[in-house]
Design a binder for this molecule. Structure first.
Ligand code: ADP
Ligand code: MG
Length: 741
């Protein structure tokens, strides 16, 4: 039987697909009535909780004040009644282990059976505040042995509880932290919350030093733009590599990639738009403020971005978004791929992490206003970020290191692995004037108006500076955009790092300015002086040019900026003394907690490559090779039969083709042999290895030996894809997957 039949069946299947309707009809229920209906948010709490309880809870959420545990019973009861009235039967502590996903274990509200008086539904303060999941099967990075199974989840009152809907009911989800029996953070939320507290403390202190007595609290605000691919489920199911690894391990570059630039911001196909609106509706219900949607650069690639929120909630919401997108795609006969590089040859997917700081009055601390050169507070905050990225660029880089993201960073579609800061022309003028000690700081670039030379078109005001799409860390008007995060990654750790390194700079600046003020200098003058010297000392990180260019790579090397090309190079940044001191100083990660993050991530790298090489071998040996051999066989018989049919006929062209195919098959088989020989002794490395040193050795081995061996298997296989009879080819091709849906 022709193996290619699966492919043509998949295409037949897709022909009959139609856009799927969502359960929400906005003509019946306007979006304002849907938004947040599944969230135990402020509106609900205000109506259901006694005034004093509501007040304590909002003080906890807004001002970071501790919550009296005695109030938990009251909150729990209201939460339960609300959830049950909306159809919930179960609740779960919803947490964020050291993976890229969330975890949940559901419990019903039932506390007794029929013999004890029928169904009694209860949810106590204790159940709200604390859970005790078995922690033994979550990654601990060596912080616990498997026999020490106990772990605890603890309620995070600052992130609202919500109802997750599924086909047959609803579950009350309570965002929680997760720690070990010994109290060590086993999750990504705890360090994030700690970093936010540290940032608040130093930011408020600095604001006071600058004479700002109004701001009582500062938080980081985050808006993550999420890129993703959608492919038809029929193709997905015929690609064991995409099912198991999240990406295609094989596939020749399609004749049409993204070079026509006809997909980006193109009109959104009906079936895709139906999916987007459906997923957005589900997210509205969960209070996730999704805002933008568009086609991205690569065929079959898209983007969604929310309105920014405080970092903790933005992180929870991005995790929810990824989950809702995956689920909803299935409902539409599609699959949502969040891998950083599902298809080589076209762009991969990232997550632009927009980051700023805001005070409790809603002021954005990175808003330059109309006269940035006179805005001391802004210049101080800007300087803090610049210094942070300069001093801890390696750490920031390591926060996004993963096997998947290695395919993307530095591949001329995403920022390089070299961290630098883009400020744009106007701010650069101001910063340079400061550094050079000029009196006049104002940028000479005035407001510019754009005219179109068409009488009916109005003139447009032009922005102060252009955008720079190649910078990993770009100032975009009133926030920084960190573009190196991978699409599948949680943004928790990146923001933990950002908050902590900026916090360290805020403290540095506050201390330096204070010293001058104590010496009798006016605080504005002191701030300007400190800003000047700090910018001067950290200016090597500033770069406005093309980050993809070779010139920049050379220049960055001259400036001594680290270029941590891949995960194996980047992760050891976590183990540096300065990193450890930084995290300990601000109470973000202590001792083993930091090692654990390193261990989990480096073994995750090893495990990923381990899965990928096995998958590559399986597909090459059992799907591609047999198809190629069948084609070889057909060619050979054709030659024999042709000769038998016509005496003396010239079959040299056919023989050449047979030779080419046979050579490629040999090449593939030899590449497979080399792959298997490479992994020989180390095969099955599953990450359960001893110390950090061993982990690095294993990871280096995967990086230097196994990845190139997988690559050469792929190269031969992809060549064969372009030789073998199409009807024999077992895997859906990129020219189909990326265009048919
Ligand atoms: P662009 O293409 O210009 O990056 P998008 O609208 O795609 O614009 O995304 C911008 C993202 O930045 C949005 O998620 C937005 O909410 C977020 N953002 C805007 N202002 C801030 C801020 N002060 N802090 C954090 N994120 C912000
Ligand atoms: Mg952006």
């Amino acid at each position: 039987m022709d193996q290619g039949i699966q492919r043509s069946e998949a295409i037949q299947h897709i022909r009959s697909r139609t856009p799927v309707k969502s359960s929400i009809d906005y003509t019946q229920t306007p979006v304002s009535e849907i938004f947040g209906i599944n969230v135990f948010g402020r509106n609900i709490m205000r109506t259901l909780l006694p005034k004093n309880v509501y007040k304590s809870l909002t003080r906890c959420i807004d001002m970071g004040e501790p919550l009296d545990p005695a109030l938990a019973d009251i909150v729990a009861n209201a939460m339960k009644d609300w959830a049950i009235s909306k159809g919930a039967t179960h609740f779960t502590h919803w947490f964020h282990p050291m993976t890229e996903n969330t975890a949940e274990k559901h419990d019903s509200f039932l506390v007794s059976g029929v013999n004890e008086g029928g169904a009694v539904l209860e949810f106590s303060g204790k159940l709200l505040i604390q859970g005790e999941p078995d922690a033994s099967s979550f990654p601990s990075g060596g912080m616990r042995s498997t026999f020490e199974a106990r772990g605890y989840t603890g309620w995070d009152p600052t992130s609202p509880a919500f109802l997750m809907e599924s086909t047959n009911g609803k579950t009350l989800c309570i965002p929680t932290v997760f720690c070990s029996y010994g109290g060590q953070a086993l999750d990504k939320k705890t360090p994030l919350l700690r970093s936010l507290e540290a940032l608040n403390k130093q930011a408020v202190r600095l604001l006071r030093v600058l004479g700002n007595d109004e701001a009582k609290r500062v938080t980081a605000t985050v808006g993550p733009e999420q890129e993703y691919f959608l492919i038809d489920e029929a193709f997905y199911l015929a690609r064991p590599d995409i099912i198991n690894c999240g990406r295609a391990l094989f596939g020749a570059r399609p004749p049409k990639g993204q070079e026509m630039e006809d997909h980006y911001w193109g009109s959104i196909k009906e079936r895709v738009l139906a999916f987007m609106m459906d997923a957005e509706g589900e997210l509205y219900k969960l209070g996730v403020p999704v805002k933008t949607r568009h086609n991205e650069v690569a065929p079959a690639q898209f983007e969604v971005a929310p309105v920014f929120e405080s970092a903790n909630i933005a992180t929870d919401h991005n995790l929810l978004l990824m989950e809702v997108f995956r689920k909803t795609a299935k409902k539409h006969g599609l699959r949502c791929l969040l891998h950083e590089k599902p298809f080589s040859g076209v762009n991969g997917s990232g997550k632009h992490n927009n980051w700023s700081m805001a005070d409790d009055q809603g002021n954005n601390l990175l808003d330059p206003g109309s006269t940035p050169h006179e805005n001391t507070q802004f210049l101080v905050m800007l300087t803090a970020v610049i210094r942070a990225v300069n001093l801890y660029g390696g750490l920031l880089r390591s926060s996004v290191a993963s096997a998947g993201n290695d395919h993307r960073l530095g591949a001329n579609e995403a920022p390089p692995a070299i961290m630098s800061v883009y400020l744009g022309d106007t701010l650069t003028d101001i910063v340079l004037a400061l550094i050079e000690g000029k009196k006049e700081l104002k940028s000479k670039r005035g407001a510019v108006t754009l005219t179109f030379d068409v009488a009916t078109l109005p003139d447009l005001p032009r922005d102060d500076s252009d955008r720079n799409r190649t910078s990993p860390f770009a100032f975009t008007g009133n926030k920084f955009e960190f573009r190196a995060v991978g699409a599948s990654q949680s943004i928790a750790f990146t923001n933990t790092v950002l908050n902590t390194i900026v916090c360290e700079s805020l403290e540095y600046l506050a201390t330096e300015i204070e010293k001058l003020v104590v010496g009798g200098m006016d605080s504005t003058e002191a701030a300007e002086k400190v800003v000047r010297t700090t910018l001067k000392a950290n200016q090597r990180i500033l770069f406005n040019g093309d980050n993809y260019s070779q010139e920049w790579h050379d220049e960055a090397a001259r400036r001594g900026l680290p270029n941590l090309k891949n995960t194996v190079d980047a992760l050891p940044e976590l183990l540096k003394d300065e990193t450890r001191q930084l995290f300990e100083k601000y109470g973000v990660l202590f001792g083993d907690e930091l090692n654990a993050r390193f261990n989990v991530r480096i073994s995750n790298f090893c495990k990923t490559i381990n899965i990928e090489w096995q998958m590559a071998r399986n597909i090459a040996a059992t799907m591609i090779l047999p198809a190629a051999l069948e084609y070889q066989n057909r060619l050979a018989s054709t030659i024999v039969q042709t000769r038998a049919a016509v005496n003396g006929i010239n079959t040299s062209v056919h023989e050449n083709l047979l030779r080419t195919v046979t050579d490629k098959i040999s090449e593939l088989r030899l590449a497979l042999d080399r792959l298997e020989a490479a992994v020989g002794g180390n095969g099955g490395g599953n990450g359960h290895h001893g110390g950090e040193g061993d982990q690095v050795i294993l990871a280096k081995f995967y990086q230097d030996e196994v990845i190139p061996a997988i690559d050469s298997v792929r190269a031969s296989a992809d060549d064969l894809e372009l030789l073998v009879d199409d009807s024999l080819w077992p895997l859906p091709k990129f020219q189909e997957i990326l265009y048919i849906y």
